[in-house]
Design a binder for this molecule. Structure first.
Ligand SMILES: Cc1cc2nc3c(=O)[nH]c(=O)nc-3n(C[C@H](O)[C@H](O)[C@H](O)COP(=O)(O)O)c2cc1C
Length: 187
């Protein structure tokens, strides 16, 4: 096996270990172009991206805070602060939004899978450009207040918040399972 393949080396970086520089606008465009090349039944491209960087992250921080309080009005202040701090950990966040459309031919599950493939392409593209990233969800990803504040329409879903930046640390390679434990041969 060719262990030096870049594809084998992708691994997530904890969001708080991602710092400036983040991809600049030109690099972000390239990342999103690669995301848009994900497999897609019917060429619907049933997803879109919202990029949040710099001071705009404080808007997301406020949204996460409000959403947390709405979910639990008596929330523990330390937990509330933790939620508010989340968007401030990394210099760039790409929100991947699935926008499935009614289609007699392409079931919604396939459209969501396409959005997931696009999200993974964001990780791979960021890695190929030398950046670190991580795909995160959590309660805020499934919160109607967050969805509405981000301008999502009914039916749109947050597939993930992808945090991107330059890794501060070198992490040991992640363990990858033996192929044989996940592969049945019929030949
Ligand atoms: C749809 C999806 C949602 C995820 N949400 C979270 C999350 O909220 N919190 C978390 O710690 N990891 C989450 N992960 C896992 C991380 O993105 C990452 O894959 C994991 O930490 C393993 O690291 P690796 O990518 O280097 O194998 C999620 C992964 C996927 C595919």
């Amino acid at each position: 096996m060719n262990e030096s393949l870049k594809l084998l080396q992708r691994q997530s970086t904890p969001a708080k270990a991602l710092v400036d520089p983040a991809p600049d606008d030109r690099q972000l465009r390239q990342i999103l172009k690669i995301a848009l090349s994900a497999p897609d039944h019917g060429r619907l491209h049933p997803y879109r991206f919202i990029s949040i960087r710099g001071d705009a992250r404080y808007r997301l921080s406020e949204i996460f805070g409000k959403a947390t309080q709405r979910r639990d009005p008596g929330v523990d202040p330390a937990y509330l602060q933790k939620q508010k701090d989340k968007p401030l950990r990394s210099p760039l966040i790409v929100v991947v939004v699935a926008s499935p459309i009614e289609s007699p031919k392409i079931p919604e599950i396939e459209q969501i899978l396409s959005a997931g493939a696009a999200a993974h392409n964001v990780l791979l593209a960021a890695n190929a450009l030398g950046f670190g990233s991580i795909w995160l969800t959590g309660a805020n990803a499934y919160d109607d207040y967050v969805r509405s504040e981000l301008g999502l329409d009914d039916g749109e879903k947050i597939v993930g918040f992808i945090y991107i930046g330059t890794p501060t640390l070198d992490f040991p390679p992640r363990p990858i399972p033996e192929v044989s434990t996940h592969h049945t041969r019929w030949d």
